[in-house]
Design a protein around this ligand. Structure first.
Ligand SMILES: NC(=O)c1ccc[n+]([C@@H]2O[C@H](COP(=O)([O-])OP(=O)(O)OC[C@H]3O[C@@H](n4cnc5c(N)ncnc54)[C@H](OP(=O)(O)O)[C@@H]3O)[C@@H](O)[C@H]2O)c1
Length: 326
């Protein structure tokens, strides 16, 4: 089968002679139909991740068709459409910590076939294509976890127009909340407005955007999706309403972290997110199917152009998700 692996020192190499494995008891073999890129994949493919990924098949997020099942498999049958859970062993309950993640600690989805435990898969709703389904395991579930409990009385602030932020915007609009967004580009601002953001602040033109968010919200955003981390927390604390909540998702922007005194004065909550469990992934995919939500896909690349997909993702010119069709 064909598979891309991370080369020592970074970059992708295509191999065509890897054997296709048979599923053992409790496992299924999936013919991969689509994968998607997440921010961490930039570091993984560049060989700069916190664990050694030389020779690994990258990508945590994929979808496909069950092609063979091992003994005792009860969750799926041959022909079922499935997508993978980001945390393969976190089925439900409190977060157990990182274990066996695909694309880093074990091989990921950027290949023709993958054999995995039946427990680490969920069904793809009929309403979604394989390409759309492949956007859900990491970015969508992270957004779903971060906006938990958001409702009509809330104003959510999202940072930027990447995968997690766009899903959070969509989920919050579905829940009846008002959404504000920061972005660095006028063209992306228009797209975010079309998706339902009622206020946009350009964080490059307005570096102290927290104060602008307070003006636009008459007292601050009740919820903030924190993408920049150390480089943006000070502005998020300025932007959040008294008693509001900041969901710490990313750490993209270099900086000094938070001003503890200012944070005290807000009486806000800071909650860190680690994607979500399989049971939450199931709840989310059902909600997406019922609501008719469509993931925002910037561009789909064919499998053999995976390096070009990565280059497009690195360019930062996209909005939402970048997908690879197998
Ligand atoms: N904790 C978790 O469970 C979890 C899960 C998934 C992702 N993450 C993390 O969340 C972050 C976003 O992930 P993603 O996959 O959505 O990334 P992405 O698709 O690469 O999107 C990143 C976007 O963030 C915006 N951005 C970049 N630098 C910024 C800055 N200094 N201030 C404000 N916005 C900035 C940009 O938006 P504009 O182009 O519009 O300016 C960019 O498009 C990453 O740090 C990722 O590692 C964490």
């Amino acid at each position: 089968m064909r598979s891309f692996t991370v080369q020592a020192g970074g970059g992708l190499a295509l191999t065509t002679d890897r054997p296709v494995a048979d599923p053992s008891a409790g496992e299924v073999r999936v013919a991969v139909r689509a994968t998607s890129l997440n921010a961490r994949d930039r570091l993984i493919i560049a060989g700069k991740y916190s664990v050694d990924v030389g020779g690994r098949v990258p990508l945590s997020d994929g979808s496909g068709v069950v092609e063979a099942v091992g003994d005792g498999v009860s969750r799926f049958r041959v022909g079922d459409r499935v997508l993978g859970a980001f945390h393969p062993t976190w089925l439900y309950g409190p977060y157990p910590g990182w274990k066996g993640l695909r694309g880093t600690h074990r091989d990921g989805w950027l290949r023709d076939y993958v054999v995995l435990d039946q427990q680490s898969l969920v069904p793809v709703p009929d309403s979604l294509s394989f390409e759309e389904a492949a956007t859900l395991p990491c970015a969508a579930l992270t957004a779903w976890s971060a906006v938990e409990g958001v409702g009509p009385g809330d104003t959510l602030l999202v940072q930027g127009s990447g995968g997690v932020s766009v899903f959070a915007l969509q989920f919050a609009r579905l829940a009846g909340a008002r959404v504000l967004a920061t972005t660095s580009e006028a063209g992306k601002a228009e797209r975010l407005r079309a998706l339902g953001a009622s206020g946009i602040v350009n964080y490059k033109e307005t570096p102290h955007w927290g104060a602008r968010v307070r003006e636009l919200t008459d007292g601050g955003a009740t919820r903030v999706l924190e993408i920049g981390g150390a480089g943006t927390l000070t502005q998020s604390i300025e932007a959040v309403a008294h008693g509001g909540q900041i969901a710490l998702v990313g750490n993209l922007a270099p900086g000094e972290g938070m001003d503890v005194h200012r944070f005290f004065r807000r009486a806000a909550t800071l909650r860190s997110i680690s994607v979500g469990s399989r049971s939450e992934l199931e709840r989310m995919t059902e909600a997406i199917a019922r609501s008719g939500l469509r993931p925002v896909i910037d561009r789909v690349f064919p499998f053999e152009q995976a390096p070009e997909a990565v280059a497009h993702f690195e360019s930062g010119t996209y909005i939402g998700k970048v997908v690879i069709s197998h």
